[in-house]
Design a protein around this ligand. Structure first.
Ligand SMILES: *Cc1c(COP(=O)(O)O)cnc(C)c1O
Length: 393
């Protein structure tokens, strides 16, 4: 596998070991040096190309689906999807095991749409039989929202069994695949998925500024008039793009230009399988290296995504996240705080323009950082391991 072009070392930027914005290639950044007229034919062609190239990533299902880009960050797209596809008298089962599931529930609350929250806490996976049980109990539920990779713990949720349970109960499936699409396979036809969302600055390795909804065409057409919001109306955005080739309001032109380059690099690398393979290798190297230093992962191997990994903070009293963060930053790596409520943790993202060689340097940096801090053991507190036992139960 060819080594992807790494960021230009002359820039001297730290690697972002974060789930996006992430480290992009020099070529992607370079695309942003040119200004584009939003109304101009050249930019309209860019938008059209981008939509069809994203659709191509879902393979055979592409003819039945369409791609609608939406300005803003990923959450704008989640809100657009919920507000557009869930009718005002609809009800959504939210499968939550982290911050993004809870945010989706909060979004529905703002929208005034009913919701049933299945809250599994910080990291336990929602299983197919649980979904089936909730749906059997509550016939008012029209839609199920699954989070593909819950980025707050890094868990890869079992979307196939969730999809099966949803289809068996005759409900519609929506997926937040923000941090997974482009690196993990997602076949909306096989999953019988009405719509899913992702954004520019995750696994496709673009810069932040827009996201996109990929939805069944019949669902888009049926969604006319559902939305609570002018700017987040997927049907209206789609109808205008189909008719004029334009975005309804100022598009993030430079971001789209950069994203097209990111799509070129994605394709040149070998598409979804190759990107997923590089990220998987990144994860395997960091997990093994950190375990060798004595760190422990929150999740058992089966649930570890090739996107971001949560590690427990060491119990050693000399360890502090802030000092560790600074020591890693000094060595060129920006890490990410954890999001667990029970025990302290931190996260290391493995997506973006970096490969296993970079990940080995991350492990070296972590070893040196522990030395700086005079931390003699990276083992987590007993409470962390107790907590983790819940996963096995
Ligand atoms: C990044 C992400 C989002 C969107 O977050 P923004 O900060 O609005 O871009 C939503 N869901 C998941 C699972 C994510 O990883």
């Amino acid at each position: 596998m060819p080594v992807p072009p790494l960021p230009d070392p002359r820039l001297g930027e730290p690697y972002l070991l974060t789930p996006g914005p992430l480290t992009t290639s020099y070529a992607v950044k370079q695309e942003m040096l040119k200004d584009w007229g939003s109304w101009d034919d050249d930019f309209r062609t860019m938008t059209k190309t981008m939509r069809s190239r994203l659709l191509a990533l879902i393979g055979d299902g592409a003819p039945d689906y369409d791609c609608v880009p939406i300005q803003g960050s990923g959450s704008y797209c989640v809100e657009a999807m919920l507000g557009s596809f869930v009718p005002r008298d609809g009800k959504v089962l939210i499968l939550s095991n982290g911050a993004y599931g809870l945010r989706a529930a909060q979004t529905l609350d703002y929208l005034g749409r009913s919701c049933h929250l299945l809250d599994k806490g910080d990291y336990l996976p929602p299983r197919g039989d649980e979904v089936a049980a909730v749906l059997a109990d509550d016939p008012a539920i029209t839609h199920v929202l699954a989070i593909h990779c819950e980025t707050s713990s890094g868990i890869l949720n079992p979307v196939e069994e969730i999809a099966q349970a949803t289809q068996a109960a005759g409900r519609k499936l929506l997926i937040d695949s923000m941090s997974a699409f482009g690196a993990l396979p997602l076949d909306p036809v096989k999953l019988n998925c009405a719509a899913f969302v992702s954004s520019a600055n995750k696994c496709i390795e673009g810069v932040p500024g827009f996201g996109f909804v990929i939805a069944r065409k019949d669902e888009i057409m049926a969604s006319k008039g559902n939305s609570h919001s002018l700017s987040l109306d997927v049907h209206a955005q789609w109808a205008t793009m189909e008719k004029t080739g334009q975005w309804r309001f100022t598009p993030p032109t430079h971001v789209v230009a950069a994203f097209l380059k990111a799509l070129d690099l994605h394709e040149a690398e070998g598409g979804v399988p190759a990107r997923g393979a590089r990220y998987t290798r990144n994860r395997d190297v960091i997990v093994q290296g950190m375990r060798d230093l004595g760190f422990e992962t929150l999740l058992a191997d089966r649930w570890l995504s090739p996107i971001i990994v949560t590690f427990f903070c060491p119990a050693d009293p000399n360890f502090s996240f802030q000092a560790f963060y600074e020591a890693m930053k000094k060595r060129g790596f920006i890490i990410y705080p954890g999001k667990l409520t029970v025990v302290d943790s931190f996260r290391i993202g493995v997506i973006g323009q970096m490969d296993e060689h970079v990940m080995r340097r991350v492990v070296d940096a972590a070893r040196d950082a522990l030395k700086d801090m005079k931390v003699s053991s990276a083992a987590p507190p007993a409470a962390a391991l107790e907590e983790r036992k819940k996963l096995a139960a």
